[in-house]
Design a protein around this ligand. Structure first.
Ligand code: FES
Length: 112
């Protein structure tokens, strides 16, 4: 068993995470406000961009194989090295869905 340092860029928060536990689990234990919802790798609420380092996340079903190289679902991801993560960053496939939802939202006819 190994323990790795996970740093969240932007906030500078760090946690020590064993390679047998998920990053989200340790964050919750340490009182770090990591977003989450399903906790089973499907909703992407807990997504973070991997700035540096490696994770294993075979059960991260919400990500494609290619997305797994650059994004971690912290509810599923276990560190394989020291990490730098950018929380609240989502894969491009999800970002385009969010933008599409925003463009069909209300507000366009609100001035009359
Ligand atoms: S909390 Fe839903 S994918 Fe991690």
């Amino acid at each position: 068993m190994s323990t790795y340092t996970v740093e969240f860029v932007g906030t500078g928060e760090t946690v020590q995470v064993e390679d047998t536990e998920t990053i989200l689990s340790r964050c919750l234990d340490e009182g770090i406000a990591q977003e989450y919802s399903c906790r089973v790798g499907m909703c992407l609420a807990c997504s973070a961009e991997i700035i540096e380092g490696e994770v294993t996340q075979p059960a991260a079903r919400g990500l494609t194989e290619q997305e797994m190289e650059n994004y971690a679902l912290t509810c599923m991801a276990r560190p394989q090295s020291d990490l730098k993560l950018d929380r609240g960053k989502y894969p491009p496939s999800i970002e385009s869905e969010i933008e599409a939802d925003a463009s069909t939202g209300d507000g366009a006819a609100a001035d009359d």
